[in-house]
Design a protein around this ligand. Sequence first.
Ligand code: SF4
Length: 188
Amino acid sequence: MEFFLPISYLNDFVFCPYSIYLHQVFDNNKEDVYSAKPQQRGKSAHSNVDNSKTKNSKKVLSGSYVISKSLGIYGKIDQYFVDERKLVERKFSLTTIYRGYYYQLWAQFIAMEEMGYPVDALYFHSIKNNQRIKIDKPTDKEIEELKNHIRKIARFDFETEIKVNPQKCSHCIYATLCDKTNQDHVYA
Ligand code: SF4
């Protein structure tokens, strides 16, 4: 049986592998049990656009599901502008573009092309300051890096010792529920 990972894991794993485990544990809970203000703000901003007239109009695909057989991933894109062939991933506040963000957008890009939607340009969009940042398409080397990252997640043993980074815990939405730390996140 083929095995597919959610695209969201690509960034979560970079942040902290244990957050993927906790996400699975609390998956059946209402999300506001653990989601913090930044995530709620981001989701709200996303859903405002997703529910607008632009959702899956002829001009823009918004929040559509994609899948890549070559990568073994599935998930949602944020926005695809059909005429301009632009793929955009929005974050509520984008001060740093982490490697995990690139992995997510590269995976969306590869999935879109596999599904027959050509992509000419990739962008991150910071909702808070309405800033759009164009990034290059991934090189062959970067695609290999992405594939290695996906393999690492698929083979990761969650029983192995997790390295706890207090700085990350303080910005982790699972901090109040996590058995690896006693600290709370800064959004409480
Ligand atoms: S609280 Fe810390 S150890 Fe626990 S999932 Fe979050 S970042 Fe990882």
